[in-house]
Design a protein around this ligand. Structure first.
Ligand code: 1YM
Length: 649
């Protein structure tokens, strides 16, 4: 049986403090804190192999509730500490912040988020055992939490480090049982451990990590020869990377090691994952600033050098180069200082210039190479899109800011407004095409119906992005006419028309225009949709005429129904609104007593939004299919029909 004496307890006062206030050392005694115990041990093992003293770390979650970690490094020092007169192993597991006390040389990058070390794991365990394989010998030590005079003492060495015989192995094995008196639940979660190890494997290229769950007989092996390159690839694999493989650079300045992997994908997000000494820095900090500065500088230079910036182009800002960027930045340095709300932001000023220098040099080298020129072009193209979006959004914003003065301005020129000033009864028809717009102007009830003709042309090309839509003069006219403003500035009380009715042809172009408008309303004026102000007008598709009667049919089914009962009729198919006379348009489509309209719901708008994304993609096949399946507003399936009354009923 193990034994200990009073002098052991004196050494351990620090650990008792940990037990008294676990929160101060591991944050919480919930699942996060529990897993923290394991991270401390894993971090030590990883530090050892990452420093080149081994290549393998094995983590086991045992049936008895213990967890164990084994590495094949040098083994924790076993010789007595010169001052404390206890073995290195005991120092590591009983002294707070023991890491680095033996030597500062190889152990320079240690220190987790709290930097507390393995002794905290010991302090919060029922027991902890260490086996060291070193210089042909096997050593063993055991620590326990013991009760003496009604007090619990943590991490007491009950078996002092002792030699157990010879071995050909090398490394360290640690096994511990978290204390159920500290943690409510001492069950390790496989997925939590797996995700953490996966991140660790990405950040430490070539290190073999094995996770074994003996409770469920699951076993996972993790090893990434490409390191953070593989990390970036895994992040971009289902997001359409614009080029492969990721750009990769690594270098060192004055004991600061920097590695960077980056790629661009076909979306508009910026995803930078940064780390310092394998610790995530989600709040960023000086190292991220250094990287961003370098990226902006190098790409601007590239664009200039290759004459990619034309006079008409919007000048770039840094953000433009980070649209669609997926990057992992990992640095290792001494004496890290964390700042910020959650202490996950790097504060060291020296990191900024070092990272900037390394990234600038590395990226320049990459883009100077002839074979990478095309990648540079792709990124610049992407950035140009971002710059245009930005400029368009700003224009739209300025426009709405100036909305009070807009009424008399040029922009509103195309709007044929109504006489009434009562928004409750007023309607505006957004009509596709100038000629149909003209017809609608003649056919309307000018007292409460306004007409806004939309030139189809600038909108119906397939490659329209929403930013280009915003830049579009017609859209800006719509914004001005509706009166509410957009985005953050939106104010429903300024709405000038209770009904906003989209009137477009029943063909692909018309469908596209409808989608663009709905997407626009969805993204920038969503309350109009939730409030039920947006409608899609339904012009008839056919006119059936006999000697003494005529019918308008709005769907193929209706046509079928009408024509099955009559003989000797003529059939006119309306290909566009423009083919109708003013009187016909009024009676079939605009007259509230006779027209059919669809009130647009958020679901419809979401669908339109998705469709627009499809349109922007390059893969024409699925896009066409999708449009044909989903974009047919005349199919009515998805819509509530309002005011559906027909002349011929
Ligand atoms: C399963 C956990 O802790 N491995 C480990 C830890 C150390 C060393 C090797 C090590 C470090 C150094 C020299 C050094 C630690 N040593 C210390 C301390 N695996 C695990 N493997 N020799 C061996 O840093 O100089 C702390 S951790 F402080 F004793 F040096």
């Amino acid at each position: 049986m193990a034994s200990y004496d009073s002098k052991d307890l004196i050494v351990l006062e620090g650990l008792d403090a940990v037990r008294m206030r676990p929160g101060m050392y591991i944050g919480t005694t919930g699942p996060k804190g529990l897993h923290h115990l394991l991270w401390e041990i894993i971090d030590n093992a990883i530090d050892e192999v990452a420093n080149g003293y081994g290549n393998k770390v094995e983590v086991v979650l045992h049936k008895d509730g213990t967890a164990s970690v084994q590495d094949n490094g040098r083994g924790i020092p076993v010789s007595p500490h010169p001052k404390l007169k206890i073995s290195g192993v005991e120092v590591v597991f009983t002294q707070l912040h023991a890491g680095g006390k033996f030597s500062d040389h190889n152990y320079k990058y240690s220190g987790g988020l709290h930097g507390v070390g393995a002794s905290v794991t010991n302090a919060l365990s029922r027991y902890l055992e260490v086996t060291v394989y070193k210089d042909g010998k096997k050593y063993f030590a055991r620590f326990e939490s013991v009760e003496k005079n009604g007090k619990i003492h943590s991490g007491v060495p009950v078996i002092h480090l002792k030699q157990m015989g010879n071995t050909t192995l090398k490394g360290t094995y640690v096994r511990f049982l978290p204390d159920d008196r500290v943690f409510g639940d001492i069950n390790f979660n496989f997925d939590t451990v797996y995700e953490r190890l996966k991140e660790t494997a990405f950040l430490n290229k070539g290190v073999h990590i094995e996770l074994i769950d003996e409770r469920t007989n699951r076993k996972e092996t993790l090893c990434y020869e490409g390191g953070i390159r593989d990390y970036v690839t895994s992040l971009t694999i289902d997001r359409k990377p614009l080029f492969v493989p990721p750009i990769y650079i690594e270098n060192e300045i004055e004991d600061t090691y920097v590695s960077l992997a980056l790629q661009y994908v076909d979306n508009y997000n910026e995803s930078i994952f940064s780390y310092v000494n394998n610790i995530p820095t989600p709040e960023g900090g000086t190292h991220e600033v250094g990287f961003k500065t370098a990226l902006t500088k190098v790409l601007n230079d590239f664009a200039k050098k290759h004459g990619l910036i034309k006079d008409k182009d919007v000048p770039f800002i840094g953000d433009d180069f980070r649209e669609g960027l997926v990057a992992v930045l990992s640095i290792k340095m001494k004496n890290v200082q964390f700042e910020g709300q959650t202490k996950t932001k790097l504060g060291n000023v020296e990191a900024r210039s070092r990272v900037e220098t390394i990234c600038t040099q590395g990226l320049n080298e990459f883009f100077v190479s002839k074979k990478n020129e095309n990648i540079g072009n792709i990124i610049i193209e992407k950035a140009k899109g971002a710059a245009r979006t930005r400029a368009a959004a700003k224009r739209a914003k300025d426009l709405t800011r100036a909305k009070n003065s807009i009424e008399g301005s040029m922009l509103i020129g195309k709007l044929a407004n109504c006489t009434s000033k009562n928004p409750d009864i007023n309607e505006v028809f957004i009509v596709e095409g100038d000629s149909a717009g003209g017809t609608a102007k003649q056919g309307r009830d000018r007292y409460y119906q306004a007409i806004l003709p939309l030139r189809g042309k600038p909108l119906n090309s397939e490659k329209k992005r929403i930013d280009q839509v915003l830049a579009n003069e017609e859209i800006r006219t719509i914004i001005g006419a509706i009166g509410t403003g957009i985005g953050e500035d939106f104010k429903l009380e300024n709405l000038k028309y209770n009904k906003i009715i989209i009137l477009s042809d029943a063909d692909q172009d018309g469908m596209h225009i409808r989608c663009i408008l709905l997407t626009f309303f969805f993204r920038y004026m969503r309350p109009l949709i939730t409030n039920g102000n947006i409608y899609v007008g339904m012009p008839p598709l056919y006119k059936v005429k006999t000697k003494d009667r005529e019918w308008y049919c709005y769907t193929d089914e209706e046509l079928e129904a009408v024509t099955s009962n009559i003989k000797n009729y003529t059939l006119q198919r309306y290909k566009g609104l423009g083919e109708m006379s003013a009187e016909q348009l009024w009676s079939t489509t605009m007259d509230p007593a006779r027209r059919s309209m669809i009130r647009v719901t958020v679901e419809d708008a979401v669908l339109a939004d998705k469709e627009i994304s499809m349109w922007m993609g390059d893969d024409v096949g699925p896009r066409k299919d999708y449009i044909n399946k989903n974009a047919n507003f005349n199919k009515l399936d998805n819509f509530e029909t309002f005011e559906k009354k027909k002349e011929n009923e």
